[in-house]
Design a protein around this ligand. Structure first.
Ligand code: NAI
Length: 334
């Protein structure tokens, strides 16, 4: 059976080929992202595999379904980029990789936090310029500080466990508290209390209607002055224009973001010769207390192995009619 793999990067091909052990599927790799212009490439492919910055809008799904696609194997945990209403109506089955390495993302969030607090990104450049002064590099001890974790699923829980090792007080907000977090003394509080008390806030919840722009002009004013904000969740959890304002007036201390709300126009591409047209993003790049990475938190060998293995397992399960349909929660309406 033929599988069209969109947004196929050179780095993941060996992992997907290794997972396709007995060559039971004909994996055809397309470097292009899936969108309305490229969707016809998948004509006559019953199975399509996509990553986070592929477009799975109603229009794209319509083209896929019309041309014989029946199954979409997401190589991501998040599925906020899929129009699930359209998929359901078109009879398309979607599966995802619910957990590939919570450690990869949680550890990266900690890395962003440490770099921002101790200004490691600045120190790296200063020392290379032979400027050995410590003037701009003052940080604070993490020990004894309060960490606010929004979303304590698989990644948020690992993040909490790591931060417990640093000797931090742990606050969390999640409609469904995690047993593992409760066990290590995480204190579940209201979002408001978390905003007011946390020295560092890390976002680990999915993007949905409820969480979109949860960090906005209003919520930012409730946070502790100087708070460090880390977003490895999804870009649109933060209202970017509001956070730029908060950085300008120093309401927040620093920002680490691995995701950006308009990232599909930027990330996963080499734009080093291009003029960035996104003025909001360009403004973010000017702050010395902002670190932006291009959706790389998942990027470890272990995660790529798990993504490839689970994607192939999902394809196999679809083919044999044994797919766990709870992998993606479809909307209840029609
Ligand atoms: P998960 O499904 O295990 O946990 C999500 C948790 O968020 C659940 O406990 C849920 O109850 C909670 N939640 C839902 N809505 C919430 C809200 N409005 N406020 C607070 N909590 C809420 O998901 P997992 O694996 O921990 O991943 C979390 C998110 O991380 C994903 O949805 C994805 O957007 C992002 N992610 C980012 C990656 C990266 O490379 N930067 C890689 C993988 C995931």
């Amino acid at each position: 059976m033929k599988v069209a793999i969109f947004s196929a990067k050179a780095f993941e091909k060996p992992f997907l080929m290794a997972a396709n052990q007995s060559n039971q599927y004909a994996l055809i790799f397309f470097e292009a992202a899936l969108n309305e212009q490229t969707a016809l490439l998948a004509a006559a492919f019953p199975i399509v595999s996509c990553f986070v910055n592929d477009t799975l809008s109603a229009a794209v799904l319509n083209i896929l379904a019309k041309n014989g696609t029946r199954f979409i194997a997401l190589r991501s945990a998040g599925f906020n980029h899929v129009d699930l209403h359209a998929a359901k109506n078109l009879g398309l089955t979607i599966a995802r990789v619910p957990a590939y390495s919570p450690y990869a993302v949680a550890e990266f969030a900690v890395g962003l936090m440490l770099a921002l607090n101790r200004k490691i990104h600045r120190a790296y450049n200063l020392v290379r310029e032979q400027n050995f002064l410590l003037t701009h590099l003052l940080g604070f001890d993490l020990h004894g500080k309060t960490i606010g974790i929004i979303g304590t699923g698989k990644i948020g829980t690992v993040f909490a466990q790591i931060m417990q090792g640093f000797g931090c007080n742990l606050l969390a907000f999640d409609p469904y508290p995690s047993e593992a977090c409760l066990k290590i003394g995480v204190n579940y509080v209201t979002l408001d209390a978390l905003y007011q008390q946390a020295d560092i806030i890390s976002l680990h919840c999915p993007l949905n209607n409820e969480s979109k722009h949860m960090i906005n002009a209003q919520t930012l004013t409730r946070m502790k002055p100087g708070v460090i904000l880390i977003n490895t969740g999804r870009g649109a959890l933060i209202d970017t224009k509001a956070i730029i304002q908060a950085l300008k007036n120093k309401t927040i201390g620093s920002l680490g973001m691995d995701v950006y709300e308009e990232e599909e126009n930027l990330f996963s591409q080499d734009l080093s010769d291009a003029i960035i047209q996104d003025d909001v993003f360009a403004r973010l790049l000017t702050f010395p207390n902002v670190i932006i990475t291009a959706h790389q938190a998942f990027f470890t060998r272990e995660a790529l192995t798990n993504i490839a293995v689970t994607t192939l397992k999902n394809i196999q399960a679809f083919e044999h009619g044994t797919l766990d349909e709870t992998l993606v929660s479809y909307p209840n309406d029609n």
